[in-house]
Ligand binder design. Structure first.
Ligand SMILES: Nc1ncnc2c1ncn2[C@@H]1O[C@H](COP(=O)(O)OP(=O)(O)OP(=O)(O)O)[C@@H](O)[C@H]1O
Length: 514
């Protein structure tokens, strides 16, 4: 077997000497370079398994060198060497294809040796073994990754940064699995035997959120009968997942920033500083950079939270994974059922605005409706063919075709909305339907309504100017809550939205259970 070959690029001679000695002892071939010119010359003269690259060089930077190396020798794995202040750039390098980063000053020789060995193995054999490591862990935590290259790249990066106590910001549409990913990172970290505590910053009022986060002393406000620890205290040595961080008020943001900067906070009404060691993973389904521009999100907090940003792709952009996810959910809900090929095609064509959560909920309902062995289109209440969020008119027609009693063919010439009203517009027509058909129709209408809001929002019709839309959304949510006796889980399922989103909307519209 040919010798492992390592290129060391650092302007500090002492670093080059350190690595040369360390690696030559292991029988590796080493070449050193102290600037860009030497580095390029070395790349022209030999091939390397691994390049150790300093992020800051007098005449260039690590990111530029990374590009040169990957362009000339794609199989050469790059390990970036960085100081604490430039970790963010090192993570950026990993997103651009670097294998890993190593923090200066070097402390753990064994760790360095292991890292170089792993990078060498990837350079020689490809990333298979490493992928096996994280896929095992993902499987054991119920995290389905699939085959989409973007998603696999994201999870591989998440796995590598998991043990490094840095803040992670996860962005992605609702239901894409931000919390699932956060749990995976926690499980892959050295904190995995400590607590993982999720909290939804959008679901609580300011006072409650503050008390949940930091705790309170006895008597600090009306109703605070006893001292209570907050989750920063409870999650000590563990991981805190701040979901919907974009919903936190500016006042809470200031307090979060302080605890992230100093590791210290005070309970509400308290006078003692409490120290905590918590890794923070935050998530948002709104674009925080835009929120920052609107001055709704603090820039300094954003930079604290966003050392690594992981953006989960929406389900519609990784349709190749839908059959695997669908089969998994069906097996979970009822292992005796299967999905027909026709359904798998329809599932792949649908847009899934509520992403994996919506897919899972939809299949749960289909499983409940299926009385045979194979799940068929009729078990979806017309949703897959009916409520693709395209245009309101299309949706009107789709809601109608959702209802099994409807004979569409004899009315082809009629406009969809008219046909809809003819069939369902009067109490008499509705009273002809069976209980099951009425429920199906109601669900289809809810789906239609939710999609309608989504499309109107996309078109900007739901801005503050559109009070009517807000009112009707609020009324629809209130009706659904009443129908489900304020059972949030059932109401959210019926509306086709996440529980968190429903909590947020209840708060936004000031709805109360009276
Ligand atoms: N990759 C996945 N593997 C398995 N289940 C998943 C995956 N992604 C999402 N889910 C399931 O979908 C549902 C929503 O996931 P999760 O709460 O993590 O999404 P989210 O992006 O945090 O949503 P929100 O923005 O509404 O808080 C959960 O039931 C979760 O188990």
């Amino acid at each position: 077997m040919s010798k492992v070959s390592v290129l060391i690029i650092d302007d500090e001679e002492s670093v080059c000497t350190f690595f040369r000695r360390l690696l030559q002892r292991k029988g590796y071939r080493t070449v050193t370079a102290v600037n860009e010119e030497e580095a390029l010359r070395a790349l022209d003269c030999g091939t390397y398994n691994v390049a150790m690259v300093d992020l800051k060089l007098p005449d260039t930077d690590g990111l530029t060198l990374l590009k040169h190396i990957k362009a000339r020798q794609p199989a050469c794995e790059v390990i970036i060497m960085t100081g604490f202040s430039t970790i963010k750039t090192a993570v950026q390098a990993m997103q651009l294809g670097a294998y890993e980063y190593l923090e200066k000053p070097f402390e753990d020789i064994k760790l360095i040796e292991r890292l170089i060995e792993k990078a060498t193995a990837v350079s020689c054999q490809g990333p298979r073994e490493e992928e096996e490591e994280w896929s095992e862990l993902a499987k054991s935590t119920g995290f389905l990754v699939g085959n989409c290259p973007d998603m696999r790249h994201l999870v591989s990066l998440a796995y590598k940064i998991a043990p490094k106590d840095i803040s992670v910001l996860i962005q992605g549409e609702t239901g894409t699995g931000k919390e699932v990913l956060a749990r995976f990172i926690h499980t892959a970290s050295a904190r995995s035997d400590q607590m993982f505590i999720p909290i939804n910053c959008g679901a609580l009022s300011d006072n409650l959120l503050e008390s949940e986060l930091f705790g309170h002393e006895r008597g600090s406000f009306t109703g605070a009968g006893n001292m209570r620890r907050g989750i920063f205290e409870m999650a000590n040595k563990g991981t805190l997942f701040l979901d919907e961080i974009g919903e936190a008020s500016l006042a809470i943001q200031v307090k979060l920033l302080r605890v992230l900067e100093t590791g210290e906070f005070m309970r509400l009404g308290g006078e003692k500083q409490i120290h905590c060691d918590v890794r923070v993973i935050s998530a948002s389904n709104v674009d925080l950079e835009e929120a920052m521009l609107r001055r709704e999100f603090r820039e300094d907090l954003f930079y604290r939270l966003n050392v690594v940003k992981l953006v989960i792709p929406p389900l519609r952009s990784r349709a190749q994974d839908i059959p695997m996810l669908a089969r998994y959910f069906v097996k979970q809900f009822n292992p005796t059922l299967t999905l027909s090929e026709e359904i798998l095609d329809l599932l792949c064509q649908y847009d899934w605005p509520g992403n994996i959560r919506e897919l899972s909920n939809t299949l749960r309902q289909a499983v409940a409706l299926c009385d045979g062995k194979v799940i068929l289109p009729e078990h979806f209440s017309g949703k897959l063919t009916a409520s693709k969020p395209r245009s309101a008119a299309q949706n009107g027609q789709q809601a109608m075709t959702a209802a099994p009693a409807c004979e569409v063919s004899s009315h082809q010439a009629q406009p969809p909305m008219e046909r809809f009203w003819e069939h369902y517009g009067t109490p008499e027509a509705l009273s002809q339907l069976s209980d099951g058909e009425l429920t199906q129709l109601l669900n289809s209408l809810r789906g239609l309504e939710a999609n309608l809001y989504a499309v109107m929002r996309q078109k900007g019709l739901s801005s503050s100017g559109s009070e009517a839309l807000r009112d009707s959304e609020a009324a629809s949510i209130k009706r659904t809550l009443l129908q489900h006796r304020w059972n949030i889980t059932e109401a959210a399922r019926s509306l086709g939205i996440a529980r968190n989103t429903l909590h947020r909307k209840i708060k936004k519209y000031g709805l109360q259970n009276q």
